[in-house]
Design a binder for this molecule. Structure first.
Ligand code: FMN
Length: 295
């Protein structure tokens, strides 16, 4: 199995973990066992035994014992003895581990689907997406990297010339963001004249884009007439992040053709990242249009 795994991929170890996942799916791939799991999840007493489960499920005790054995073998269920009785509970850590593995598999699939969508949409033409972003704690960077993994193109991280401390971020930074004042940034000039599509990403600071991204928009050159997809990341309140970005880009002659805000729970859920990729793909210039432009 290990030999067949493609180690170039950052998710390569998913391949190694496939047998373990398959065993989990197999253990859970039975209606009675799934019902046992549901009963154990919803049980608040921690005192469910074979006879209780058999009664609730309407099946024989030996059948329940057999199913519990399968679940125990997979580490999904644990048991404890109290006197004459044996009680069963769900192993939370094992389920959490399975969920994480499943999420990573889901994310890998979404990335691959996005790549396929892009290939179909662009009929193998070279992608030229410029993703320009600012990130203070790394969340927006992670999303920007995901975009590059899925869509290719350039990744341009903007840094403030004077780094923020936690204190200055919440004092000066928030004030500048509220006043929509651009931070001086590196690189000083971001040439996007070769880009077919620009993607701009920023964290939300005090319900507005972080001031570094105003600096980034000011640093763009060759951006007039370009299209952009914008995204914000925030804990829970994106506020006016997207409308302000749209407005600032319009002032530089850039038309926003798609926008996505991602809150922390949405980033953890991952579907919204897939929506962002799909939005980028839907904004990518169609080959027909590119051919016409060339003639
Ligand atoms: C100075 C500051 C202000 C913030 N203001 C908000 C806010 O108004 N609403 C919100 O939901 N999150 C807010 N956050 C949280 C960030 O927007 C969120 O954690 C974001 O995903 C961080 O992205 P980053 O890791 O790329 O910097 C703020 C964070 C900082 C540092």
């Amino acid at each position: 199995m290990g030999k067949q795994c493609d180690r170039r991929d950052e998710y390569a170890n998913l391949c190694e973990e496939a047998p373990d996942m398959a065993d989990m799916f197999k253990a859970m791939g039975d209606p009675t066992r799934l019902r046992i799991i549901c009963l154990l999840v919803t049980d608040t007493t921690g005192t469910l035994g074979v006879s209780d489960l058999a009664e609730k499920l309407g099946v024989t005790q030996p059948a329940v014992s057999q199913h519990l054995k399968t679940l125990k073998n997979e580490g999904i269920v644990s048991s404890r003895r109290e006197g004459l009785y044996m009680y069963y509970t769900l192993d939370r850590d094992r389920m959490v581990g399975f969920r994480d593995l499943f999420n990573r598999m889901f994310e890998t699939m979404m990335n691959k689907c996005a790549m396929d969508m892009i290939r179909t949409a662009t009929r193998q033409t070279t992608l030229n997406i410029f993703t320009v972003f600012y990130s203070y704690t790394g969340v927006t960077r992670e999303i920007a990297r995901k975009i590059q993994r899925s869509c290719g193109g350039e990744l341009i991280e903007v840094k403030t010339r004077r780094p923020y401390s936690t204190f200055t971020a919440y004092t000066h930074g928030v004030l500048r963001s509220r006043q929509e004042k651009p931070d001086p940034v590196f690189p000083e000039k971001i040439d996007v004249s070769d880009a077919d599509l620009i993607v701009i990403g920023t964290p939300v600071w005090a319900w507005k884009p972080a001031p570094a991204i105003y600096g980034a928009i000011g640093a763009l050159s060759g951006c007039e007439g370009k299209k952009a997809v914008i995204f914000t990341t925030s804990l829970k309140e994106p506020g006016e992040g997207l409308p302000i970005l749209r407005q600032k880009l319009a002032a530089r002659g850039v038309e926003v053709c798609g926008e996505v805000s991602l809150t922390k729970p949405e980033i953890e859920g991952m579907e919204k990242s897939a929506t962002l990729i799909a939005t980028i793909v839907s904004c990518y210039p169609q080959p027909e249009k590119k051919e016409k432009d060339l003639s």
